[in-house]
Design a protein around this ligand. Structure first.
Ligand code: AMP
Length: 465
């Protein structure tokens, strides 16, 4: 995942504002990555950067924001896809060109040919300090021919393959760039005289900015004191927004392609109730991500919606913790059950997805221990059978439970009375898009571009070793 954001304010703006607005926008993007966070800011001469491991609120203290003064900034919150979770791989990354000076970059996505591009650059004498694909993107830009950053960026991008929503900051301009398929979201907004860019509209809302428009697939936009300029359009012949953004990744308070994520998730629940009905007394969500879907399921089925699980607000998205040991421990800490709601009841429990299958079993046990007489699990997406190479660290293919067993096997494994998944067609129709508008590879195995199936997030580290 990862969240990216940036701001460019007009001359004469309060020099303490840009980093502060970026900080709050990053807070609103925290759900997209919890491993590290960073902000780069410029006063028009050089770039200053603060980046550390941890949550946004832990990474920045008041003195950091003061030291980051300037009228333009770029922020990043990280969830690792290529490159492991450590400080060297944190972003924004800063690279330097001898004549053009410094450039900071924040990346959401995954460059799937990073290994090859890096090998070619190393052959030309370029050296690398990290195992992240973002450094490969940044150094490909520096190494590209051109007398301006515009020219270098436009030259470098076609050599890359995969998913990138990029925000780039130089002392003279802010760039917002989306890959040719538009796999990850990216929007432009305005607040007074300032332009903002962000992974999701919810970040614009948080800082009081208005949505201008989506950055379109393949667009390179430059924002500077002259305003917003479209530098290039490299759109592919189809688009491919990740359908899992609709299912789980994006905040329910965001809009994707002009459509409310909350409304899409409600619709998924409604269709799921038609496709996979259940005879039950109560519908409960696995909070928070499945709340809208459970609302939709209850509305269409006529079974009352209740909250049966309370999530501890201070424990983040457990899945994001990079190791399985941490993940399993956090499941137990994450939910408390409401006996009054569950006792003696046949319960439909709605969740957005089953990935490895490690969350569902403990939840079912908790519901039964709390008095549920039957547990019927309903999932608002189809079985996930294929690895994501485009920016979601879902799991390796052999770790995905639905790639190892059929639905009946999964039902037995998690211990439910019944298990029903939303169909592919149902999920797509809930988004209002068509199959050719979306990347559905984790469900179908149809990747936007051919992928090397053995790629893993540590691939650049292994190459280096
Ligand atoms: P699992 O226990 O591996 O089956 O994970 C499924 C749970 O993790 C679901 O409840 C989802 O809400 C959540 N989830 C699904 N995909 C992701 C992801 N890529 N990152 C973080 N959490 C996820």
């Amino acid at each position: 995942m990862c969240g990216v954001t940036g701001i460019w304010s007009p001359p004469g703006s309060d020099p303490t504002e840009a980093a502060r607005v970026t900080f709050f926008a990053l807070y609103a993007l925290q759900h997209r990555g919890q491993e590290s966070a960073g902000i780069a800011a410029t006063d028009g001469r050089d770039l200053r950067v603060v980046r550390r491991m941890g949550l946004v609120g832990q990474v920045f203290a008041e003195p950091d924001l003061g030291a980051l003064g300037g009228r333009a900034a770029l922020g990043h919150t990280r969830y690792s896809t290529t490159g492991s979770s450590r400080i060297e791989n944190a972003q924004p990354m800063v690279v330097r060109d001898e004549s053009l000076g410094e450039l900071a970059i924040g990346h959401n996505g995954n460059c799937i040919n990073a290994r090859d591009v890096r090998r070619d650059l190393e052959a030309e004498g370029v050296s690398f300090q990290t195992s992240s694909d973002t450094e490969v993107v940044a150094k490909a830009v520096v190494a590209a021919p051109g007398a301006t950053w515009d020219q270098k960026i436009v030259h470098a991008l076609p050599s890359l393959s995969g998913a990138w929503s990029l925000v780039i900051l130089t002392p003279r301009a802010l760039y917002a760039i989306r890959d040719p398929f538009g796999v990850r979201p990216l929007v432009v907004g305005r607040k007074g005289g300032s332009y903002l860019v962000a992974s999701e509209t919810s970040a614009l809302d948080t800082v009081g900015a208005e949505l201008v428009r989506d950055v379109l697939p393949g667009e390179v936009l430059r924002i500077d004191d002259a305003g917003l300029t479209r530098v290039a359009d490299m759109a592919a012949d189809r688009t491919g927004l990740c359908v899992f953004e609709h299912v789980y990744l994006a905040s329910a308070s965001s809009e994707l392609g002009g459509r409310s994520v909350y409304a899409t998730r409600e619709r998924m629940g409604e269709i799921l109730a038609e496709e996979r009905p259940a005879d039950a007394d109560v519908v409960i969500p696995v909070p928070d991500s499945a709340i809208p879907a459970a609302v939709g399921y209850a509305r269409t089925s006529g079974i009352p919606f209740r909250e049966g699980l309370i999530k501890n607000r201070y424990i983040g998205r457990t899945f994001i913790q990079p190791s399985q040991a941490l993940r399993q421990h956090s499941v137990a800490l994450k939910y408390n059950a409401l006996r009054d709601v569950l006792s003696g009841k046949r319960v439909v429990v709605v969740d957005d997805s089953i990935v490895r299958g490690s969350t569902s079993g403990p939840i079912v046990q908790l519901l039964r221990r709390s008095g549920a007489t039957e547990v019927h699990m309903r999932i608002c997406s189809p079985p996930i059978r294929h690895q994501c190479f485009f920016g979601v660290d879902m799991a390796r293919r052999d770790e995905l439970i639905a790639s190892q067993m059929e639905i009946e096997g999964i039902r037995q494994h998690i211990g439910t009375d019944s298990l029903g998944y939303l169909s592919l067609e149902g999920m797509i129709s809930a988004t209002g898009a068509t199959r050719r508008d979306l990347c559905t590879a984790c469900f179908t195995g149809d990747y936007l571009v051919p992928v090397q199936l053995e790629l893993s997030k540590e691939s650049l580290e292994r190459q280096r070793a």
